[in-house]
Design a protein around this ligand. Structure first.
Ligand SMILES: Cc1cc2nc3c(=O)[nH]c(=O)nc-3n(C[C@H](O)[C@H](O)[C@H](O)COP(=O)(O)O)c2cc1C
Length: 327
């Protein structure tokens, strides 16, 4: 081999080695990120577990595989009679009657705010779907109450009713199940919408609960400490500023409304329902030229305390922050 050719080969080898040296870290990183290799058998005695360490230490943590355990324990099989019994019991007129009567809670009229009727969304659905994007920057402009009324109505508003027959008693008649904009397993509607108003025209800052059948708000707490609210969120201010949101819609699930009937499996339905309500809200917001974003970055105990929910039978499933998008 000539001297020049050998020199060329050496250069190529050196170049390859340089590439390897540069890329090996990335390569190792990708390999390790995608591997199930256990990083630390000492995970149990480590105080702070990063998400990564949690993931890699699964076999060492009692609670590590809880998601898989949940999925295994909530499968529907023909051998699980308890699920069948739960579902069938709900077909009885008494179960239906108690479901309906449950809705008729007595509310102090002083704590009620009637919402204006929802507005039409004029834009075509396919265009709205095409244009929907998460919005994380909002202008300092209050949102008209009618737009919020539209978001709540399209998310969880009452849009129809189902007449129930088979109960003779006057006490239960007329029996109607209110049906809502988003589907719900067994029409049990375990999700309530809480509205935290920060900058809403014609609505004082505060916490409200949406009463779907009457399309009204029930005052949960008057006044809003925006700094306290900010502290409930873990999301960094580089991503979004909670204080800038004109409103926050919080989805709160009453687990047993669905789990009484469907057992453990019911929790799956609750998450699905939350997704369906959420998308209705995002699409409506897009059609109304508002900007919204799902935010899962919150501290559960703090937000539960802020809303006044128990955190055991009632849980926050997701929050939606929104406002007029910044131009
Ligand atoms: C369950 C869920 C939780 C989310 N949590 C956050 C969050 O905490 N912070 C945030 O900025 N965006 C959050 N998002 C929004 C996603 O980042 C966003 O949907 C994704 O980047 C795709 O962008 P797009 O919505 O504009 O299409 C969440 C979305 C979902 C569905």
């Amino acid at each position: 081999m000539s001297k020049e050719k050998k020199g060329d080969e050496v250069k190529i080898m050196e170049k390859r080695k340089r590439y390897l040296d540069e890329e090996i870290h990335l390569f190792r990183g990708v390999m390790s990120f995608n591997s199930m290799t256990v990083l630390s058998p000492f995970a149990k005695s480590t105080a702070i577990l990063s998400g990564d360490l949690m993931f890699r230490s699964f076999p060492y943590l009692d609670e590590g595989r809880i998601a898989e355990l949940y999925m295994l324990n909530s499968k529907s099989t023909r051998h699980q009679l308890n699920d069948l019994i739960g579902v069938n019991l709900y077909k009885s007129p008494l179960a239906l009657a108690s479901q309906i009567k449950n809705e008729e809670r007595i509310v102090d009229e002083d704590r009620v705010i009637q919402l204006p009727p929802p507005r039409d969304v004029k834009e075509r659905l396919d265009r709205i779907i095409q244009h929907r994007r998460s919005v994380r920057k909002w202008a300092d402009i209050p949102v008209p109450l009618q737009l919020l009324s539209t978001l709540l109505h399209n998310g969880a508003g009452t849009t129809g009713e189902l007449r129930v027959t088979g109960l003779a008693s006057e006490f239960f008649a007329p029996l109607r199940i209110h049906l809502r904009a988003a589907p719900s397993g067994g029409a049990l509607y375990p999700i309530s919408l809480y509205l935290i108003a920060n900058k809403v025209k014609e609505l004082a800052p505060g916490i409200y609960k949406y009463d779907s059948p009457h399309h009204r708000l029930i005052i949960v707490k008057e006044g809003l400490d925006i700094d306290e609210l900010r502290k409930c969120f873990s999301v960094s201010e580089d991503t979004l500023n909670v204080r800038e949101a004109a409103f926050i819609i919080v989805m709160v699930a009453d687990l047993w409304k669905t789990m009484r009937k469907y057992g453990n499996r019911g929790l799956r339905y609750i998450f699905i329902e939350a997704g369906e309500i959420g998308e209705n809200i995002h699409l409506t917001a897009t059609g109304l030229r508002l900007g919204t974003v799902d935010v899962a970055g919150y501290y559960d105990p703090e937000l539960e305390e802020f809303l006044g929910i128990d955190g055991i039978t009632q849980h926050v499933i997701i929050t939606i922050l929104g406002g007029v998008p910044e131009q």
